[in-house]
Design a protein. Structure first.
Length: 170
């Protein structure tokens, strides 16, 4: 048994965005049980420049990492957007997040929305409500996590934990 299997592991899930970035810290104990440490979202003002918004996301993420000390992070991949302006902004946010994680020595994994939905619901086209219901159920939360970005961040962290388990079985 490796040292990693004998102690808890903290995962930071991040759903990148410029206006709203969801985040969640989930811990898996040595028995494979998941528990919520903290979750929330980073909101930036549309009145601020793109540069200031990215700096705010990075600064807030630095505080979250400093407080909760995750060993690994999982972030959603960007694969398709109908709006080109939106995809560029989300890609910039994702870049700032990855840089912040790397600067803090946090190992990073990326998952597509399809992988995340399948990991939680077994269905790649699950809607936002189904993702919220599954995150609530899996982590035994009292209420549905909101906003959607926060629920997505929780789902990303759960997906990573489950993916690590599957990889260790191979």
């Amino acid at each position: 048994m490796t040292e990693q299997n004998t102690q808890s592991l903290r995962i930071l899930g991040v759903d990148p965005g410029t206006a709203t970035t969801g985040w969640a810290v989930i811990e898996e104990d040595n028995k494979g049980e998941m528990k919520t440490i903290a979750y929330g979202h980073i909101s930036t003002s549309k009145n601020n420049s793109d540069e200031d918004r990215l700096l705010e996301i990075s600064s807030d993420l630095n505080r979250i990492i400093g407080k909760h000390r995750p060993e690994e992070a999982a972030i959603e991949q960007i694969f398709f957007f109908k709006n080109q302006k939106t995809v560029i902004q989300v890609a910039q946010s994702r870049g700032a997040i990855i840089l912040t994680l790397k600067q803090n020595g946090v190992r990073i994994a990326s998952y597509t929305p399809l992988q995340i939905k399948q990991a939680l619901t077994g269905y790649g086209r699950a809607d936002k409500k189904q993702i919220q219901e599954m995150t609530k159920s899996i982590l035994k939360l009292n209420a549905l996590p909101k906003p959607d970005d926060t629920a997505d961040a929780i789902a990303i962290a759960i997906c990573h934990i489950n993916s690590r388990k599957m990889a260790s079985m191979k």
